[in-house]
Design a protein around this ligand. Structure first.
Ligand code: BG6
Length: 495
């Protein structure tokens, strides 16, 4: 249920995420009257802004980051008036003694009964201390329906298995209950990602063929044509595995592979996701060597090399590209490889899942084209040009009996001017409503880290293990092509 009143406290209020994603998402919710009636935002960061200076900055940022069709000057002005700023160092426990009265003052101003959502948009190194320091001053305690406290934590949640366990066990279980913690992965807030569930579980035609008997292999791609922008400090420490693979890509794998939940509620849904993570076939050193390809972009055609980016070490070995083959050890997926791939500075920005079905048992017809039309493809296009495409073989008109591949193409844009919901807006609203279905549970985070930590350790212990260069603006190292060639296939490389 939507609460009557709420203060949203954003730690990391002067950062990139707040500017690009959080504030625009909150503005959209405000514009569509989806925020509580009595609402305020308290931005928290170290920089010394006054309320007015911060508001002015937010105003300009909104004009830059909100889609032109969503800009409404009057609404922006009234939204900005809900924003306040509190300069403090979140790493200093004493500062929280000042935060508490500031929040109470804001409560009095808007008529809030200590309902707070804390959004941790800070560097990951602060994810552990902030909840502890909130707890020190009693800002963690939910006091019945009027004093709800929730905390949204950005990914990556942890740096490896050990640190994720530490966050879950020592800090979070101690400071907040699991139902107060919302580990966000904005891919789950995307309309098209949620539609994987509708496609699979609201239709009868897909389920009978959705298994090892009919599916040959699955490709998951989420690539970007941008570099790391202004985030060198964070990215050079994190790398692509932590930034994209351990969360967004593996979520896409899990939604493709999960069993139907018994109901669409937080527990059943998240139980099934966790089972997929727990079934990922553990990676041996041989797998890491042969089935994981990491790359780093080099300078090309006016685009900088990764090592020339701001705040990146000139001899950095951080990966900006990763392709891997993984498998799931369970009844449904045994023997079906999943090829996943993500990278910065690729030729385009696209996220999609391609399900490759097995060819017909016997080739009855000639192929009119190189692509074998008797192997069906289902493409789930997550972004851009959101849609679903089914490819199948059909007779070429005229004499003879050649077949070629044709496409049945559904595009969300054909539904008319329905705005594709903003992922952050959707998830922030869910948190306000207390619905944690689309947020990652502690057991899922731990299972993912359990799977990926051996890779990080292997790379750490084998500094000589290959990191392939690829020219910025290309599809990554050719070793990644060789990885999927094992399957007698090529990456789909959508344009
Ligand atoms: C973020 C990563 O979580 O996702 C970024 O930190 C990445 O590095 C972004 O650019 C991609 O998200 P989207 O929604 O643009 O695909």
């Amino acid at each position: 249920m939507k609460p009557q009143s709420l203060v949203m406290v954003i730690f990391g209020a002067s950062g990139d995420l707040t500017r690009r994603k959080l504030i625009p998402a909150l503005y959209l919710l405000y514009k569509h009257n989806r925020l509580p009636e009595n609402f305020a935002i308290l931005g928290v960061a170290r920089t010394a802004f006054t309320d007015d200076e911060f508001r002015e900055r937010i105003h300009l940022q909104l004009l830059r980051f909100v889609k032109p069709e969503d800009v409404n000057e009057e609404k922006i002005r009234s939204f900005v008036s809900l924003i306040n700023y509190f300069p403090m160092d979140p790493a200093d426990p004493d500062e929280y003694l000042r935060l508490q009265p500031r929040l109470l003052k804001l409560d009095q101003m808007i008529g809030n009964g200590e309902n707070y959502i804390y959004y941790l948009a800070t560097p990951p190194s602060l994810y552990g201390v902030i909840p502890q320091y909130l707890k020190n001053v009693g800002l963690n305690l939910s006091k019945g329906p009027k004093g709800n406290k929730r905390i949204i934590v950005e990914k990556p949640f942890g740096y490896d298995l050990e640190s994720a366990l530490e966050l879950n066990n020592i800090y979070y279980k101690d400071a907040f209950r699991e139902d107060q913690i919302f580990r966000i992965d904005h891919y789950l807030g995307k309309e098209t990602v949620q539609n994987i569930l509708a496609l699979r579980f609201a239709n009868t035609v897909f389920e009978p063929v959705w298994n090892r008997n009919y599916i040959d292999y699955v490709e998951v791609t989420a690539v970007e044509n941008m570099g790391i922008e202004q985030r060198g400090g964070y990215f050079d420490d994190a790398g692509t595995l932590r930034d994209m693979v351990q969360n967004h890509l593996i979520q896409l794998v899990a939604l493709t592979a999960m069993e139907p939940p018994t109901a669409f509620n937080p527990d059943s849904f998240r139980d099934e996701l966790a089972k997929v993570y727990q079934s990922l076939t553990p990676l041996t050193e041989k797998d890491i060597n042969q089935h994981i390809i990491r790359g780093q972009y080099t300078a090309s055609e006016g685009r900088k090399a990764y090592r020339e980016e701001k705040d990146v070490a000139p001899d950095s070995r951080t990966e900006t590209f990763l392709a891997m083959k993984l498998s799931i050890s369970n009844w449904r997926w045994s023997g079906v490889p999943f090829y996943i791939r993500t990278g910065k500075q690729m030729p385009t920005k696209v996220s999609e899942i391609v399900v490759h079905f097995k060819p017909t048992p016997f080739p009855l017809f000639n192929c009119a084209e190189r692509t074998c039309p008797t192997a069906n493809l289902l493409i789930i296009r997550i972004q851009p040009n959101e849609g679903i495409v089914l490819k199948f073989g059909l007779k070429v008109p005229g004499s003879g009996f050649d077949v070629k591949q044709v496409a049945m193409d559904f595009s969300y844009s054909s539904l008319g001017p329905i705005p594709t919901e903003d992922a952050y807006a959707r998830l922030i609203e869910d948190c306000i409503l207390g619905d944690s279905t689309l947020f990652t549970r502690s057991d899922a985070v731990e299972a993912c880290w359990k799977y990926f930590t051996p890779v990080l350790e292997y790379w750490k212990n084998h500094p000589e293990s290959p990191l392939y260069g690829y020219p910025a603006g290309t599809w990554g190292p050719r070793e990644a092509d060789m990885l999927i060639q094992e399957q007698n296939a090529e990456w789909s490389n959508p344009c």
